[in-house]
Design a protein around this ligand. Structure first.
Ligand SMILES: C[S@@+](CC[C@H](N)C(=O)[O-])C[C@H]1O[C@@H](n2cnc3c(N)ncnc32)[C@H](O)[C@@H]1O
Length: 330
């Protein structure tokens, strides 16, 4: 496997992540989205000799790259555990690796810049490689090319509208179905041109490629991003030690809504929790929200790292013990 260095990834909200996660010397912190290791390496330094930093990623190349970065670095005091896997199965992964309850869990969602521009993953409208987008090349998962060439016009319209929040969904889907009848759509570049051609020029977004939303919707679908997010949140609460903190950074309004609802449900439980409630919590509330409003990037950060523009950070803490008189179990 070769290094992936073409497009470096700058971690978003780096100071805010540390402020909310508060990695304590000697504790265990799990970074569920290792990526290029930007947040992870920073956290490792704060954990000290006795600490344990667990890094998870479903992309084997991300794991490999961070392993090399750590080998090259001479300033990593904490113990390092890198795990290739899907954070949607967080508890089994941690259990298998015998990781103790964590003082902090970080989720920095979406792909890294390195992945977005790695032509081998086929996530970009500039890619001439196969339209794939699978981060883990899981044999069971459909590729973006499968979806584009097999789904009906109705299904494509719904995907672009609901996950991409794309106004021109119907026209784009119609154009895809028309063009693929002549020849299969096999590369990102082909798809990008079809989508751009389906949207009236005067409606193109000023700062982004007109196919951005369609590519985002496809990537989210191929990698089951929303399902994995819904799956990981209750597991993260369970994996936290009392007093431990959960920090989630999302880039999409649907993701942020899921996180916001989940945290609210854990802080003020109702009878309609759309999630399986964490079993070990046994106390109410199961989380204390630390960010009433999402934390966003400063103007300076947005100027130097445009990817941070849509980042929203939310954080919560698992209570140390049940409030007096509270015996309501989960
Ligand atoms: C935005 S990047 C993280 C960047 C990282 N915080 C840094 O500073 O370099 C997100 C990472 O999460 C990984 N990822 C996305 N979905 C995942 C999942 N369900 N399970 C494990 N890793 C996942 C991606 O492969 C990607 O490397």
């Amino acid at each position: 496997m070769s290094d992936r260095q073409a497009e470096p990834h700058t971690p978003v909200l780096p100071e805010e992540v540390i402020r909310y996660l508060q990695p304590q010397p000697g504790s265990t912190v799990v970074d569920c989205t290792l990526g290029n290791g930007g947040h992870y390496l920073h956290i490792l330094k704060l954990l000290g000799d006795e600490g344990l930093g667990v890094g998870i990623d479903k992309d084997p190349l991300a794991i490999e790259n961070v392993r090399r970065r750590i080998e090259r670095s001479h300033s990593v005091p904490a113990s390092v555990r890198l795990i290739e896997g899907n954070f949607g199965e967080l508890l089994p992964l941690l259990h298998q690796a015998q990781i103790p309850p964590s003082g902090g869990i970080l989720l920095d969602l979406g792909p890294s810049s390195s992945q977005l521009f790695d032509p081998r993953l086929g996530m970009s409208w500039e890619s001439d490689e196969a339209l794939d987008m699978r981060l883990d090349r899981n044999a069971d998962a459909k590729s973006a090319g499968d979806i584009i060439n097999e789904w009906t016009e109705e299904e494509l319209t719904r995907l672009f509208r609901e996950q991409g929040e794309e106004k021109w969904s119907r026209r784009i889907a119609q154009r895809i179905v028309r063009d693929r009848a002549e020849a299969a759509i096999t590369t990102g570049r082909q798809l990008g041109e079809i989508v751009a051609g389906a949207i009236p020029h005067k409606a193109w977004p000023p700062k982004t490629h007109p196919a951005t939303r369609v590519f985002m919707a496809l990537r989210m679908e191929v990698n089951c991003e929303l399902d994995n997010l819904r799956a990981v949140l209750p597991q993260a609460v369970e994996a936290l030690a009392p007093g431990g903190r959960l920090v989630v950074i999302s880039f999409h309004s649907i993701e942020d809504r899921i996180v916001k609802r989940f945290l609210r449900e854990m802080a003020e439980p109702t009878d309609q929790a759309p999630w399986p409630l964490p079993q070990t919590a046994g106390v109410t509330p199961r989380l204390k929200i630390l960010t009433r409003r999402p934390v966003t990037a400063s103007a300076e950060e947005v100027a130097s790292n445009p990817r941070s523009r849509s980042a929203k950070l939310r954080a919560a803490e698992k209570p140390k013990s049940a409030p007096a008189g509270d015996t309501k179990a989960g």
